[in-house]
Design a protein around this ligand. Sequence first.
Ligand SMILES: NC(=O)c1ccc[n+]([C@@H]2O[C@H](COP(=O)([O-])OP(=O)(O)OC[C@H]3O[C@@H](n4cnc5c(N)ncnc54)[C@H](O)[C@@H]3O)[C@@H](O)[C@H]2O)c1
Length: 280
Amino acid sequence: MGALDDQVALVTGAGRAHGIGRAVALRLASAGADVAVCDIARPVPELEAAGVGLGDDPAELEQTAELVRRLGRRSVAIAMDVSNRASADEGVAALTESLGGVGVLVNNAGSAVGVAPFEQISDTEWETSWRVNVLGAVNLSRAVLPGMKEAGRGTIINIASTLGVAALAEYGAYVPAKHAVVGLTRLLAQELAPFGIRTNAVAPGYIVTDMGKAEQAKIATAMSVSVSDAVDAILDEIPVGRLGAPDDVANAVAWLADPASSFVNGAILPVHGGQTPGFA
Ligand SMILES: NC(=O)c1ccc[n+]([C@@H]2O[C@H](COP(=O)([O-])OP(=O)(O)OC[C@H]3O[C@@H](n4cnc5c(N)ncnc54)[C@H](O)[C@@H]3O)[C@@H](O)[C@H]2O)c1
């Protein structure tokens, strides 16, 4: 018996082999959930411009679904643009038809578009960052809420960031957007708990994914050092002495989805190896 045996989970942004989304999907499946996975699954030039790649390959998304099935759970792969409300609604309707109502929503899709010095961020980058990082979570939450309310239970877990609780120079549109994800989490925790729905967030620090590696390269360029020297500088800030892995975030998400955490609501759980200062 797994803790999530009779549950359907939805994980957004789960279409990349080394991403947090795939790790979360597999971890929730290990806990017994059937898992719908979604990603953009088509080229989006304005997001590619962030230089961090995108889950634009439908085959890679389908592979996440296949890995869930190999764990003995049901799965569907849905192409969905979380920043578009109609796309979110259609995607949730389709996966509900095949798997049943969503009990666990993990808003993981995100973008580092607009990570740059403040004066260099374009209007389009501000808008795109807000639409993906913030409205993505808003759209998906709205889409699953009627079903959760009807069921009288549900869990929403937003993937924020340490940059949702503290700022670093030159992280541009990402910092305000992730702060908004934290605010949204706290709002929904207050508003939805009476319906049996808990809302929490995970705030990852440096996690080794494609986005994380692009980040290391950016830091190396900014410091005019090699990537390995940049990683050493990052490690100096992390008391546990290592970078995070997608599974570190997935394990935190699994605990927040588990009824064992049923008195945890509105928490912003740092998964950053104790990185200080300011990132608690
Ligand atoms: N890697 C890190 O160090 C780190 C640290 C803190 C927070 N995060 C957050 O964790 C989450 C996962 O990041 P990751 O490191 O796995 O990066 P990633 O780039 O591998 O994953 C992000 C996924 O979101 C998808 N996505 C982007 N826009 C979308 C849209 N409009 N609709 C649907 N899907 C869309 C992408 O295609 C991609 O698959 C993000 O929210 C990110 O901001 C990552």
